[in-house]
Design a protein around this ligand. Structure first.
Ligand code: 4AZ
Length: 223
């Protein structure tokens, strides 16, 4: 998270750290006691046995609870070149017990309006290309940039923005490497999954998210 603020998991109780061989690799969101939503690009060339999640902690490396991943499924239409349909579900080996620090979040059924307030959270880098990640969860407030506006000449992505994507930006504020798979929340529902961008917080290049409204049918069918 670039330009953000440290926070505690009680404020983002749907956030998890996805860990590969014990190290933080990506974010994710709790959909149900046994199912996590994350990004397909977080799961390329990995086996489920190398994965675990940590829920209920502000710190990616300690506290809360750890659950093993029994299996995962990437969206069949995910394309690593175009980044369309960058969404996946993880199935946990054990059920999460919900509490003040562990809660599920509902999936958006429509994309928020252009300009809507949103927040994105994670343990990703605090600047593009940084070699270290923060120990404590951070978040930033951003504004939704509609799919059509993100593809327009107001910004620099053009036709790279597809219907399965939504954008969000604010000056000097963005998601970044290590936030991938994590939650973009607006109006109390999950509206996006951190997916890609040109750098982080670069002028005219909003953060790009998988559109949960566009992909919710797939998540429900594969949960
Ligand atoms: C990444 O490298 C990444 N600014 C994630 C999010 C964004 C850019 C890059 C969005 O995982």
């Amino acid at each position: 998270i670039v330009g953000g603020t440290a926070t505690t998991i009680s404020s983002f109780p749907w956030q998890i750290s996805l860990q590969r061989n014990g190290g933080h690799s990506c974010g994710g969101s709790i959909y149900s006691a046994r199912v996590i939503v994350t990004a397909a690009h977080c799961l390329q060339s990995v086996s489920a046995s190398s994965l675990q999640i940590r829920a209920g902690s502000s710190y990616w490396s300690s506290g809360g609870v750890v659950a093993k991943v029994s299996s995962f499924k990437n969206h069949e239409g995910y394309n690593a070149n175009t980044m369309v349909n960058d969404i996946a579900v993880l199935h946990l080996s054990s059920s999460l017990s919900f509490s003040s620090t562990i809660k599920s979040i509902s999936l958006a059924s429509s994309n928020p309006a252009n300009g809507a307030a949103a927040s994105v959270s994670g343990w990703g880098t605090e600047s593009s290309g940084s070699s270290s990640i923060p120990a404590q969860l951070r978040y930033v407030n951003v504004n939704i940039v509609s799919q059509s506006r993100c593809a327009s000449s107001s910004f620099s992505y053009g036709s790279q923005i597809k219907s399965s994507m939504i954008c969000a930006s604010a000056s000097g504020k963005d998601s970044c490497q290590g936030d991938s798979g994590g939650p973009l929340v607006s109006g109390g529902v999950l509206v996006g999954v951190v997916s890609w961008g040109y750098g982080c917080a670069a002028s005219n290049y909003p953060g790009v998210y998988a559109s949960v409204a566009d992909l919710r049918g797939w998540v429900i069918s594969n949960a």
